[in-house]
Design a protein around this ligand. Sequence first.
Ligand code: SF4
Ligand code: SF4
Length: 324
Amino acid sequence: MRDTWPLLDKIPFPAIARGQLQTLQVNVGYRCNQSCVHCHVNAGPNRTEEMDGATVDLVIDFLERRRIATLDITGGAPELNPHFRRLVTAARDRAVKVMDRHNLTIQEQPGQGDLANFLAANQVEVVASMPCYLQDNVDKQRGKGVYDGSIRALKRLNALGYGREGSGLTLNLVYNPLGPALPPPQAELEADYKRVLGERFGVRFNSLFTLANMPIQRFGAILLSQGQFDSYLTRLQHAHRAENLDGVMCRSLLSVDYRGYVYDCDFNQMLDLPLSRGARERLHLRDLFDDDISNNPIRVAGHCFGCTAGQGSSCGGALKEAAE
Ligand code: SF4
Ligand code: SF4
């Protein structure tokens, strides 16, 4: 797979610095039951990287010590990590809000039959990828049968109260374009999703987050092989809006890899651009128990235009609409 970093590194991006830490985003491993075309993690069934029990313990201690408001668990399919449920319950016991970056079809994998019940019992916010409301587009990007499995999983979550007003169980969906295009306006697309999924399947959800595809890892390699890397980067750069710089997720989020090393965001983790501090080029979570990293410079490069182009993209979807 060709690496886009040498090209991204040459593209300047405005300097930005970290704000107050609110969210710990923990990548508990790169194994996944799917191998989606756009995956910025290059996750799949054959990946073996996985957070071990000692590092999970460290994450739990860090949540408590630094009074972190939100734990955002990602992967791969994070539920495949054997410590996933222990991490969730430990965070909830400490009144930390927990988000699960959930691919829906994982619910039908061996040993995951009660996963939806577990998530509901712990009031975990589910953030589920659903790149389209149409079967063809989903199966093309995520694999054959993924659309039907996703609809079954959404119905299961709905039956437990997810997506219903007043239930306290939040279900958000994530859209990303199929190719090298910017996402359409978030509010309009959300209305279309709600109409189509509601009319066809009775599925309901809270919000739709629209994200641009990042020109890294598997998607980046596809751009290179199809000769579309330069035009996609130019499109992102032309659509850059300076006002989006205030809302990018790296201001308030710290990304942790399966070994416990820290990054400004998950994309930097995948590019192996660790958070650096002074002369220290790579920090571990254990180094930050007593260190306030506010104002630390964020490691930026060409890929960051994926966060600031158009309406902007963050873990919570479009920045423009999030601000309204
Ligand atoms: S995009 Fe998500 S579901 Fe698809 S391979 Fe990557 S981690 Fe797995
Ligand atoms: S990719 Fe986005 S979140 Fe990551 S450092 Fe760049 S602007 Fe921040």
